[in-house]
Design a protein around this ligand. Structure first.
Ligand SMILES: NC(=O)c1ccc[n+]([C@@H]2O[C@H](COP(=O)([O-])OP(=O)(O)OC[C@H]3O[C@@H](n4cnc5c(N)ncnc54)[C@H](O)[C@@H]3O)[C@@H](O)[C@H]2O)c1
Length: 267
């Protein structure tokens, strides 16, 4: 069964084969979609996205997701390459300079914080606003971004990325109203389990984080492949009326209070 036959998309954020966006791209190909891959210029130089492009037969276009000129050019080129308007967009972008530089939460550098929020959250608004202005989205299209439960609960080592994810989810809801009423496009965020990727592993104590969530969740952690399956469904016509939601994709973690398995492990 091919859920995305005839659909055209743009996938932001595939860096290497561990990236969630990489798995999403592979699954979108399996389901018959055509799409453009994009990432920041530095990621095109340092990462393996060109290899993915060759593997799936997709064009790779450099765009800094915080730069409106880059986004405008990306949309123009993508509609030319794909031969029409865009049916789906994946925002799979996150980066915190304070986290990367191991700054404590009560000693954050605010210039870096602005940059982190711009890259990890405001870029989502910029992508949607630019797409709307350039009129490149198809009716009944689907826009997704990836989030994490630190938007709602405290995970101290996640630092300012918690605020970035809260902002990201809020942009999803608010823009969901505007895109929905104007062009019948839906916007959602997927709150994913901890996943072993470059961005994920940058969080202090990631392995403990990962193991704790895995124990706590009745189904265990959702993998990047599981997340990619969910993204395909959210891009497909089977989910046309889901919008302005933050959808937990976490094996049940978000509904748990206490799991005896975690206590047993501690004894
Ligand atoms: N890994 C996890 O545990 C986890 C859990 C929940 C949500 N997420 C989210 O999933 C998304 C994808 O992350 P990932 O885990 O696959 O890691 P990743 O490191 O593979 O992907 C992050 C991507 O962001 C890109 N990026 C950074 N700055 C950019 C810019 N200015 N313009 C365009 N792209 C830029 C990077 O080049 C990279 O491709 C992120 O939003 C992340 O927060 C990850």
């Amino acid at each position: 069964m091919k859920l995305l036959e005839g659909k055209k998309g743009i996938i932001f954020g595939a860096l290497d084969e561990n990236s969630i966006a990489w798995k999403v791209a592979e699954k979108c190909t399996d389901h018959g979609a055509k799409y453009v891959l994009t990432n920041a210029p530095v990621a095109l130089r340092m990462g393996q996205i060109q290899r993915l492009g060759e593997q799936v037969g997709a064009e790779v276009i450099a765009a800094d997701a915080t730069n409106i000129d880059d986004l405008t050019a990306l949309f123009t080129q993508s509609t030319d390459i794909l031969g029409g308007k865009i049916d789906f967009i994946l925002h799979s972008i996150g980066m915190s300079i304070n986290v990367r530089k191991n700054k404590a939460y009560d000693d954050l550098n605010y210039d870096w914080m602005h940059k982190s929020l711009d890259i990890s959250a405001i870029s989502f608004h910029k992508i949607m606003q630019t797409a709307l202005k350039e009129d490149v989205l198809s009716e009944w299209g689907s826009v997704l971004a990836l989030s994490y439960i630190a938007a709602q609960r405290v995970f101290p080592d996640y630092s300012e990325m918690a605020e970035a994810k809260s902002l990201l989810e809020s942009f999803g809801r608010s823009m969901g109203y505007h895109l929905g009423t104007r062009i019948k496009v839906r916007v959602n965020t997927i709150s994913q389990s901890p996943t072993r990727t470059t961005a994920g592993s940058g969080i202090t104590g990631f392995d403990d984080f990962f193991d704790y969530a895995d124990q706590m969740s009745p189904l265990g952690n959702a993998s990047a492949e599981n997340c990619a399956d969910f993204c395909v469904v959210m891009f497909s016509d089977l989910t046309r009326m889901i919008t302005m939601q933050n959808l937990y994709h976490d094996g049940g973690f978000s509904s748990m209070g206490l799991n005896p398995a975690v206590l047993d492990k501690g004894q």
